[in-house]
Design a binder for this molecule. Structure first.
Ligand code: PLP
Length: 433
């Protein structure tokens, strides 16, 4: 027989243990981040309990007076932050934003061009992923593995030949800006919709420290609001639509296209995250990139094969290592996890598909450690800890003590209001039941 209170205790205890584990760990997954106290506050409000289908001031439900005010402001803040004409904060994830655009900008059987998943693109851009829902034909760009970027001449040729309805760019292993300006002649010739998936690099774009895809030829910018942009889990559609018809497609793709209700508490959190990014985003983006480059350099000096050495390893928050000669992705990320270092294994462009369970790569991101107040000195120490585990093959359980003591100094959130608040605090609203 189920004892309900025991079940609830099980859930709460495990969430608490998870939080303590992360408090004692070094977080290096390139797609994650921690939210500010103000964003966190929004997530536990009555906005969570409500419905608001449609757009501000044109709803299908009553009770949206304050929701409309906040959503209108959220979209205005997004437009200001990204210096563009259009912002929709409703998508519940980056993937939902992407499906909405696929839905409205190409019809079944039509072609879109995209980066290859094996080269680091996200599954939502692949035919076997979210793009497949629309029954579109995918043609991928050639990739230059030395530069860890799409090949410009090859991509121009692919776009001119495929004549896609959509030319999609952006990746999950996003080390360098996409050469959009260089592709403009192909965009002009084919009159395709140019769409940039900036899920990973949204915070760097907002901070003015990566590229500005909307000034470099893209009409649409989609993204996640919880990676380098440290807001609540969710997505966003931004852009400079060519005309009202295009704007309508962007709007109706989201609702009624792929959403019914959006998540109003997250929408309010996005408004706060955008506002905080206006104040703190430039410094944060600069420091993220500085740290990613310092971590890559230190890992390289410690004996790791960090990709794109000749190009300075990275111009973003992320870096990638080939660890095939020192044990392979899976055993190493497991050993790192045992030592409280949280990372992910990654297929590298030259890995055969059957290596997915033990790929050659490990991907790292510096955005969360930066937000916790770490600087380049800490990146050097992290590289040394990696060496102990992956190269010197020290017992991860022993190294874990070094990680725990190192992390004690970095348990506060920065680059936001209430700087120095503890993001690992379990807020006990319900008390004992
Ligand atoms: C390039 C890219 N697009 C889209 C997504 C999906 O974002 P979400 O997890 O918000 O659905 C990701 C996730 O990592 C991504 O890397």
């Amino acid at each position: 027989m189920i004892r309900v209170k025991d079940e609830i205790k099980f859930v709460r205890d495990n969430v608490k243990e998870h939080t303590t584990w992360f408090e004692e760990s070094i977080p290096l997954i390139a797609s994650e981040n921690i939210i500010s106290p103000l964003v966190r506050e929004m997530l536990a409000t009555d906005f969570h309990n409500r419905y608001a289908e449609g757009v501000p001031w044109k709803r299908y439900y009553q009770g949206n007076l304050y929701v409309d005010k906040v959503e209108e402001r959220a979209n205005e803040l997004g437009k200001k932050l990204f210096d563009c004409a259009y912002c929709d904060t409703r998508p519940t994830s980056g993937t939902a934003a992407n499906i909405a655009m696929f839905f409205k900008f190409a019809k079944p059987g039509q072609t879109y061009t995209s980066c290859n998943v094996a080269d680091g693109a996200h599954i939502s851009s692949a035919k076997f992923g979210a793009a497949g829902v629309r029954g579109l034909e995918e043609v991928t760009y050639p990739f230059n593995v030395d530069e860890m970027n799409i090949d410009i001449d090859g991509t121009i040729k692919v776009i001119k030949e495929a004549k896609p309805k959509i030319a999609l760019f952006g990746m999950s292993v996003f080390l360098f800006p996409t050469p959009l300006k260089e592709l403009q002649e192909a965009f002009d010739e084919t009159e395709c919709t140019v769409w940039y998936d900036g899920a990973h690099v949204l915070g760097l774009i907002a901070g003015g420290e990566f590229q500005d895809p909307l000034k470099e030829g893209a009409h649409i910018l989609t993204g996640s609001t919880h990676k380098t942009l440290p807001g609540p889990q969710g997505g966003v559609v931004l852009g400079n639509p060519r005309d009202k018809k295009m704007e309508d497609k962007m709007n109706y793709g989201v609702f009624p296209g792929v959403l019914s209700n959006h998540h109003l508490h997250h929408m309010a959190g996005k408004a706060i995250a955008f506002a905080e990014a206006m104040e703190f985003g430039k410094d944060y983006a600069k420091d993220i990139i500085k740290n990613a480059q310092a971590l890559a350099q230190a890992l390289h000096e410690a004996g790791f094969k960090v990709l794109a050495e000749e190009h300075g390893f990275t111009k973003s928050h992320a870096l990638v290592m080939d660890v095939s000669e020192i044990g392979g992705g899976t055993p190493l990320v497991e050993a790192l996890e045992e030592a409280n270092i949280i990372t992910n294994k990654n297929l590298l462009p030259w890995d055969p598909a059957n290596k997915a369970l033990n790929p050659s790569g490990i991907r790292l991101g510096a955005q969360e450690c930066t937000r916790l107040g770490m600087g380049t000195q800490e990146m050097v120490e992290i590289a040394d800890i990696f060496k102990e585990i992956c190269i010197d093959k020290k017992d991860p359980k022993v190294v874990r003590e070094r990680v725990r003591s190192f992390k004690k100094e970095f348990t506060k959130v920065h680059y936001c209001y209430n700087d120095g608040a503890n993001p690992y605090e379990y807020i006990d609203i319900a008390g004992n039941i």
